[in-house]
Design a protein around this ligand. Structure first.
Ligand code: A3P
Length: 311
């Protein structure tokens, strides 16, 4: 069990749009973001934070570049795909970057469906959504909040668990996000993926993406993409590991962006009591939804072999 304290730092005060906590600059520019003009040939990569967004971005980029590594190294992944609600002056806003980009564009968002710029629905743009189980997402978000100075400081894990459960984090409730997009997938062109599935069988999940994008690639390129988008390779790649950001934005000595990349890591952080309490609350919040997650990829036999239990 790891107990980690966080340093005292000046945290940005989040503001809300329709009850969703967002970055203050996003709220200040909300009308510009809402008026964003999506196009029918846009592809939007969407997720709740810490669900494997960067991973899917890199997979999609490698597909788009037909596996050409040099082209994939042209710039950091953060700049390849404008992040539509993100505003960090003096950098151009996500909307400005997208407006300057030639089509077909690939864009990124963490917005919940109900506050997505309406043109995405109207223009029927393609959307890839990636979801990750709540407990691993929470642990990853906790560490990311420790190292990313643009996010509110998370406090100790016990406090962050409550903040997460209450949806008082940037981009709001995990529960509402994953459920909202799950329901939306039946009405729009959305490919709904799971982090755990990509980890277990990247080939199968990349093939789903290829089908969705109507792309065809050779087995050789497919294998190349699987290798170059694996955790260990992306962790070493400065274009995908966020180490090019200054330490006053992301401090990798506190926690690296590419941290564990493993389903089930939550077991190293939750106590038995915390886990039971979390599950009880989870049942209530997810009641009535057909959406289910895997919180570990190991078989029952492998879990039983892991003695004494890790939590
Ligand atoms: P961990 O903190 O659990 O390691 P996002 O891109 O949405 O911010 O998600 C970041 C999380 O996805 C981090 O999780 C990161 O390590 C993980 N991740 C990124 N690339 C990955 C890959 N190729 N394989 C597995 N996990 C990956």
């Amino acid at each position: 069990m790891m107990a980690l304290n966080t340093e005292v730092r000046k945290s940005p005060q989040l503001r809300e749009v329709e009850g969703i906590p967002l970055q203050p600059a996003t709220v200040d520019n909300w009308s510009q973001i809402q008026k964003f003009e999506a196009k029918p040939d846009d592809l939007l990569i969407c997720s709740y934070p810490k669900s494997g967004t960067t991973w899917i971005q890199e997979i999609v980029d490698m597909i788009e570049q037909n596996g050409d590594l040099e082209k994939c190294q042209r710039t950091i992944i953060h700049h390849c795909h404008p992040f539509i609600e993100w505003i960090e002056p003096p950098q151009p806003s996500g909307v400005d970057q997208a407006n300057k980009m030639p089509s077909p564009r690939i864009l990124k968002t963490h917005l919940p469906g109900q506050i997505l710029p309406p043109s995405f629905w109207k223009e029927n743009s393609k959307i890839i959504y990636v979801a990750r189980n709540a407990k691993d997402c929470l642990v990853s978000y906790y560490h990311f909040s420790r190292m990313n100075k643009k996010l509110p400081a998370p406090g100790i894990l016990k406090e962050f668990v409550e903040t997460f459960k209450a949806g008082k984090v940037l981009w709001g409730s995990w529960y509402d996000h994953v459920k909202g997009w799950w329901d939306a997938k039946d009405k729009h062109r959305i490919l709904y993926l799971f982090y755990e599935d990509v980890k277990e069988d990247p080939k199968q999940e990349i093939q789903k993406i290829l089908k969705f994008l109507k792309k065809d690639i050779s087995d050789e390129i497919l294998n190349k993409i699987i290798y170059h988008t694996s955790f260990d390779v992306m962790k070493q790649n400065p274009m995908t590991n966020y180490t090019t950001f200054p330490t006053n934005v992301m401090d990798h000595s506190i926690s690296p962006f590419m941290r564990k990349g493993m389903p089930g890591d939550w077991k190293n952080y939750f106590t038995v009591a915390q886990n039971e309490e979390f599950d009880k609350d989870y049942e209530k919040k997810m009641a009535g939804s057909t959406l289910t997650f895997r919180t570990d990829l190991r078989t029952i036999e492998e879990v039983l072999m892991d003695f004494p239990p890790r939590f």
